[in-house]
Design a protein around this ligand. Sequence first.
Ligand SMILES: Cc1ncc(COP(=O)(O)O)c(C=O)c1O
Length: 358
Amino acid sequence: MSTIQGMPNLGPGLRLHLNENTAGCSPRVLDAIHRVSADDVATYPDYEAAVRETAAHLGIDPDWVVLTNGLDEGLLLTAIGYLTPRAPESLVALGATPVASNGQTEQIVVLPTFEPYLINAKALGARTVAIPSDADFAFPLQKVLAAITPNTRLILINTPHNPSGRPVAESDIRAVIAAAPHAIVFIDEAYHDFQGVHYLRFTREFENVIVGRTFSKAYGLAGIRIGVVIAPPALLEPLRYVMPLFNLNSVAVAALRASIADPGFMTWYVGQARESKALLYEALTRSGLPHWPSETNFVLVNFGDRLAEMVTGLRAKGVHVRDRSKEHGCAGCVRITVGPVEHTRTAIAALEELCAKR
Ligand SMILES: Cc1ncc(COP(=O)(O)O)c(C=O)c1O
């Protein structure tokens, strides 16, 4: 069979496998898309207003913002900008050696991790130092600190963490930043809206921090592809240098502006995710299924030796969940997206029926 672009299509059903917003998006986003004109379609996009509004929304200056085609692109641009053998000037100014000593740059990630972190580095010939998380997905601070070398160019910290849902402590993030002044610490905040904690201020407090955001999750724009990379202008230069000039299309620009103008939708969805998590925790506890408290819109659940049967059973009932069992610390585990309470109740009913069958 030939390989088709993108993720495999699981067919119809409740999509609880990709941490998407299953409530959709703000109706204002759809209105804005309907208002996109023939001129908007026929001309290259203008980003000025969208960048200014995004910056105002984040409370920072517009030149501290790069809009990307999903945070995926932001991560790729960061890898290209910082993992090539010759260090960008912005990093040399912070103490990085201009050329990696053995020609191989390094990045540090904590396992389990978001797969593109690994693929990006591999494609660039950089070495990934992958540190297994401690018990219950605790951030392995001492091991991360011990892994820092003069060749370390990038340290990726995802908080709250996918797939465990666990946040990284502020003190741990600070310790990593302080221990690697010659490297970029990229804080991936894809799920920060659900925790209500974020580290944007670290981009001002420190010289080596980049923060990544996405509109795919809480804002429900995964299909439109919008990410934001935030850092001091000098740190963004290597990304701007390689990024496609028109990386977001005009429809995405319209959607982003409308989405920012309607924070109520996001707040409502975050509330639904919170209620859903409480319901799901209760149901999982009733069924004796181990799980981890989550600060995101998903929950990691351990089905143990029933993994395959549960994943297939749920799929047969029209509920798609994500098998993460092959990753460090995740044997027997799936990740279940939690959004609108109504969807969570459907998932719980399917799950309880399967558990009752045993
Ligand atoms: C930790 C993490 N970072 C980045 C992304 C990428 O998000 P986007 O849809 O904006 O590319 C995801 C998406 O699932 C994610 O889980």
